[in-house]
Design a protein around this ligand. Sequence first.
Ligand code: NAD
Length: 253
Amino acid sequence: MHDLRGRAAIITGGASGIGEQCAVCLAAEGAKVLIADIEHARAIRVAEAIGAGCIACACDVTDPTSVHGAVDRARNEFGTLNVLVNCAGIGFVGSIEETEPNDIERLWSVNVMGVYNASRAALPYLLEARDGVIVNIGSVAGLVAVKRRFAYCATKGAVLALTRQMAIDYAGTGLRVNCVAPGTVETPFVDAYLARFHRGEEDAVRRDLHARQPIGRMGRPEEIASLVAYLVSPEASFITGSIITADGGWTAQ
Ligand SMILES: NC(=O)c1ccc[n+]([C@@H]2O[C@H](COP(=O)([O-])OP(=O)(O)OC[C@H]3O[C@@H](n4cnc5c(N)ncnc54)[C@H](O)[C@@H]3O)[C@@H](O)[C@H]2O)c1
């Protein structure tokens, strides 16, 4: 447990999976949390389940106006904004030949431009707070090649690079910028791509997804959320510009 009282966070993509568990974990440790997600009804359900100190806001990270609205709402409700967790993200399965221009544009607009939009909108408040933290949710797919993940690897590689770049521009201002790179984590994200890209072979592919991590299973969203909570906490005060894997040993091979 960390003491996150005094922390006011916005979590994009906080209505499901890893982002949802980040909201649960940060709120449990005392932070105020705004869940900013395109799925507004689900975001409201998650915020209501968490209870006091957690609110929800409709937000499409690809739309700068929408993101500004969410960021301003957090700052107005909480009086400060010192944490941004960029978790909204989408996947796509395909080699370069199987990836149409609109597929890569869609992934780029959410996974990369979404991080740009939210970070840019939150920066004035994060700098004003003088102890701001950004945690980007990248992926091992930004570090190593994953078969038939052309667009996904490209976008997550960009997230890792922009994390390091922002960290050094703002080092010394009090703002820390880090990236968590999960291996495969059992969330609706995985269910969705199994249903879309592996219809009829879901069980076999799910077994492979467990097995490709040396630890022998997929991760659980709360295992990623506890790392995010640590990075947000004062205990992580010397950590900036880091890419921290949580991947059951995948990238150690
Ligand atoms: N699940 C995994 O195996 C895995 C592994 C590595 C990295 N990741 C990354 O973790 C993050 C969260 O993944 P997850 O598994 O929890 O997925 P998820 O599908 O369970 O949750 C993603 C959330 O993002 C929201 N979202 C999508 N597009 C949005 C938009 N334009 N604006 C605002 N919100 C939007 C969705 O509504 C959803 O609530 C993603 O960035 C993903 O790439 C996931």
